[in-house]
Design a protein around this ligand. Structure first.
Ligand SMILES: C[S@@+](CC[C@H](N)C(=O)[O-])C[C@H]1O[C@@H](n2cnc3c(N)ncnc32)[C@H](O)[C@@H]1O
Length: 183
């Protein structure tokens, strides 16, 4: 969902049309919470509308092996505060977009990213080595929104990259929200 400059709300994911939710989460301790959240939204493994995979997003052949042909199989890829923590972000993003996302499908994301301000960047780069040790590999210095855009092959004029409402530029956790549609 996004508020436009004119105050209108745009919904990019109509839940009534989502037939299956596939969650890729290597940390199995998060699975119970994922199950609970999905169940509250009406998705369950019993009904065949929820699939939780205990692998990393970079394990593309494993992900594909659980999804029915034709491939690429997925209409919408969503990343929420994940690219900060995955081990090979650029090759993972590009592999998912190329092999998992259908042509005409969309990628939606909400990530904290490397600032475009030199002073904030400096602090983000200073804190990242310590931060990533304490917070399980999470990095403050990744331009994840640009890496997604740079995969290329997106429909021109559809979607884009936005900020988080009310967030100031000085923030070490500078968030970007985005949507791209695969040509
Ligand atoms: C900062 S946490 C955010 C959790 C959740 N997305 C949220 O918004 O609350 C980062 C998440 O990325 C997951 N993660 C780490 N490596 C991953 C990988 N290779 N593939 C997919 N997810 C991964 C972690 O297990 C963790 O759940």
């Amino acid at each position: 969902m996004r508020k436009t400059g004119h105050g209108h709300t745009v919904n990019y994911l109509d839940h009534s049309r989502v037939t299956k939710y596939v969650a890729v989460e290597p940390n199995v301790h998060m699975h119970a919470e994922l199950r609970r959240t999905a169940s509250a939204a009406g998705y369950s493994e019993d009904a065949g509308t929820l699939l939780i995979l205990p692998c990393g997003a970079e394990n593309i052949s494993t992900i594909l092996s659980y999804l029915p042909a034709p491939h690429p199989p997925v209409d919408t890829l969503i990343s929420v505060l994940t690219i900060c923590s995955i081990p090979s972000p650029q090759s993972t993003i590009s592999g998912l977009v190329t092999e998992v996302l259908k042509p005409g499908g969309q990628m939606l994301f909400y990530e904290h990213v490397l600032s475009e301000r030199k002073d904030v960047m400096w602090w983000q780069r200073l804190w990242t080595p310590l931060w990533s040790i304490i917070f399980d590999g999470c990095r403050l210095d990744r331009p994840s929104h640009r890496w997604i855009e740079d995969v290329g092959g997106w429909v021109q004029g559809e979607g884009g990259i936005w900020g988080k409402e009310g967030e100031t530029e000085e923030h070490l956790f500078w968030h970007r929200v985005g949507r791209f549609v695969k040509a």
